[in-house]
Design a protein around this ligand. Structure first.
Ligand SMILES: [Zn+2]
Length: 278
């Protein structure tokens, strides 16, 4: 959905509500959400009532909009600006909203994405590249003294498929093998660099090829440029956020995993997250 089409929808609250309902973002109740009685009805704009238990609920019940006091039209515009990577400190002006409100919307979007991405337990397979990288901290370097105070992240990329990333407590063989077993189908062909922690892959039923990057970056099909491309993608974007706190880092990381995997269909994919549809 391009911006012009979206502006049409955002031109009326009714259209915007319909748009959100079609995508499952607003829930449609055919019975009372409290007592399940069928005898319910609309009592005033945006409110429903159960005639059995007498309880009332808003059209926003059980949705991401439940505690957002903004019009539906502004919400869908905010989602679009989020998709277009306009940071909250800029988009709030475009939306004529307080920064805090926009920040709250963005945080909720990231939480939805995190939930959606975490539910995906499909194993990666075929030809797979794995690698670790470090984020945060001031010193350059990795895998040594430079890695101190940085967050180690483990990444797995299926060639022509998805990428999956996880924050890990360390980059020991034990940790990285455990993550690999959790996310990659046995029998897959795994490409790594020469890092020692990957020594045991064959013992766990994987095929394993490694590239010595101190000699050359690729040897035929033996390379890890795919996952390294993803690290550059993430680092470039994190720079825009001028430092993400350690506690929030996982949400930004998962957002970027999601954006990378659904690049070609980001609008629909994000609405799937918001509608809780997997
Ligand atoms: Zn009821």
């Amino acid at each position: 959905m391009n911006l012009v089409e979206l502006l049409q929808i955002a031109s009326s609250e009714e259209k915007a509500e319909g748009f959100l309902r079609e995508r499952g973002v607003l829930k449609t109740f055919d019975s009372c959400p409290f007592c399940h009685a069928k005898n319910i009805g609309k009592i005033r704009r945006n409110f429903y009532k159960c005639y059995k238990c007498k309880k009332e609920w808003s059209v926003r019940k059980d949705s991401i909009l439940e505690d957002l006091k903004i019009p539906f039209s502004k919400f869908i515009l905010a989602v679009k600006l989020f998709i277009l990577e306009v940071p909250a400190h800029k988009s709030h002006k475009e939306l004529d909203l307080a920064y805090n409100t926009t920040h709250k919307i963005y945080t909720k979007l990231r939480q939805c994405i995190y939930k959606f991405v975490s539910k995906d337990d499909q194993l990666l397979s075929g030809e797979v590249e794995i690698d670790e990288s470090y984020f945060g901290g001031k010193r350059k370097g990795s895998r040594g003294r430079g890695a101190k105070n940085k967050i180690p992240v483990f990444g797995i990329l299926e060639r022509n498929g998805k990428v999956k990333v996880e924050i890990v407590k360390d980059v020991s063989a034990e940790t990285l093998l455990r993550e690999t077993i959790k996310k990659v189908k046995r029998g897959s062909l795994i490409y790594t660099d020469k890092f020692k922690s990957y020594d045991g892959l064959v013992m766990y039923g994987f095929k394993h090829e490694r590239i010595d990057k101190s000699v050359k970056f690729a040897n035929g099909k033996v390379y890890i440029n795919g996952i390294e491309g993803f690290w550059s993608y993430v680092k470039e974007r994190l720079l825009k956020f001028h430092g993400v706190s350690k506690d929030n880092f996982i949400y930004y990381l998962k957002e970027l995993e999601f954006r990378y995997n659904f690049m070609d269909n980001i609008d629909d994919s994000l609405y799937k997250c918001l509608g809780g549809i997997n």
